[in-house]
Design a protein around this ligand. Structure first.
Ligand SMILES: Nc1nc2c(ncn2[C@@H]2O[C@H](COP(=O)(O)OP(=O)(O)OP(=O)(O)O)[C@@H](O)[C@H]2O)c(=O)[nH]1
Ligand SMILES: [Mg+2]
Length: 336
């Protein structure tokens, strides 16, 4: 190999010293100089390659860790068995606070008999949870209003109990969307997450029942919300329905730490009866996810709620209904 890659003379070391062996200055005036050759990348001589080529590292895909959108959701539901819970409620009913409280509970350790394993939405959880912490420096813990522009988003939790693991997806969207759909039922088809929900939780702000001036209007709107969704085919037949009453701390007047449940109980009974008459079953849950009105009340009902969500749904009865006054003997077998 010549000493210089761009001089044809083997005795010229212009590449290292910058001085032409034939004393040409400038170097371009030398007839042996090869400027085009100099511009080339000569690479390494094969003989000098001693180290073996590095193995190609497999590419590691990092997830955004924010709420899952529709396309991410389908790929996850294809890969593993999931339980999907949809939270339905007017503005400030306590939907996002409940989600943040569940995440906060798993941050401390095992919760409701389940251990945290993983989550595809850790950043989304942490953002919601942050403001509920003392260190957020707010005068009171709080939750940001969910923006209507964001549409629906899903939080993911993968938890383990014994040898079984569960993937839970919780849908959250702005209460303004539900309010708008209640007023204008042509907007109901946009609430597409309901069609894929295993459980639908109607969030009832129990604090509004404590105030006589808001009570009756709120009750009417709450029932109207559920009926609007049911009557417009937004609720799948096999979804488990439950009413989740939030903010129980507002039912406990200081210095008492015990919520007064009379008004709530009456309303629950009225709804349950109304739905039973129409052929629907609806369960009742009561929670307090952030007792900011009366801290002594503490968290209520979150463990039971979470355990209920992960309880397998009762299997659908697929037995054919007996025929009414059948003409054929074979059809009468079902009646006996
Ligand atoms: N006192 C009390 N306040 C609560 C409780 N849960 C939530 N809140 C407060 O209620 C307000 C609304 O809570 P969110 O969780 O943001 O309600 P949301 O249903 O997500 O509301 P949108 O995002 O507007 O649909 C916040 O200021 C919370 O701090 C509770 O258990 N007790
Ligand atoms: Mg919200």
């Amino acid at each position: 190999m010549p000493s210089s890659p761009f001089c044809r003379r083997p005795d010229c070391d212009v590449a290292q010293s910058g001085v032409c062996a034939l004393r040409n200055d400038p170097i371009e005036s030398c007839s042996e100089y090869e400027p085009e050759e100099a511009a080339l990348d000569h690479g390494e001589d094969e003989g000098e390659l001693e180290a073996p080529p590095r193995p190609v590292e497999p590419k590691l895909t990092l997830h955004r860790s924010d709420m899952l959108n529709r396309s991410e959701l389908w790929s996850m539901r294809k890969a593993a068995a999931t339980t999907t819970v949809s939270l339905v409620g007017d503005v400030k009913a306590g939907k996002t606070t409940l989600i943040a409280a569940l995440y906060g509970a798993f941050c401390k350790g095992p919760f409701a008999g389940y251990t945290f394993r993983s989550s595809r939405t850790l950043t989304a959880f942490a953002r919601r949870h942050h403001k509920a912490l003392e260190r957020s420096d707010l005068p009171l813990p709080a939750t940001d209003r969910t923006s209507r522009q964001d549409g629906v988003g899903f939080f993911h939790l993968n938890v383990v109990r014994g040898t079984g693991q569960h993937h839970l997806l919780i849908a959250d969207r702005s209460g303004e969307d539900f309010r708008a759909a209640r007023r204008d039922t042509s907007l109901i088809p946009a609430l597409w997450e309901l069609a894929m929900a295993d459980r639908i939780c109607f969030m009832l702000d129990a604090g509004k029942l404590a105030r006589p001036e808001t009570r009756s209007g709120y009750k009417r709107k709450f029932k109207q919300q559920i009926w609007a969704l049911l009557n417009n085919g937004a609720i799948p037949d096999d979804a488990v329905l439950e009413i989740v009453s939030t903010k129980l701390d507002k039912l406990a007047t200081k210095p008492s730490l015990v919520p007064v449940l009379d008004e709530l109980l009456d309303f629950e009974n009225v709804i349950a009866e109304e739905f039973r008459t129409a052929g629907h079953t609806i369960g009742m849950r009561r929670i307090c996810a952030m007792p900011r009105s009366n801290f002594g009340v503490g968290m209520i009902g979150l463990e039971e709620l979470f355990q209920g969500w992960l309880t397998p749904r009762p299997l659908k009865d697929v037995a054919p209904l007996p025929a009414n006054a059948p003409a054929r003997w074979v059809d009468r077998m079902l009646t006996s």
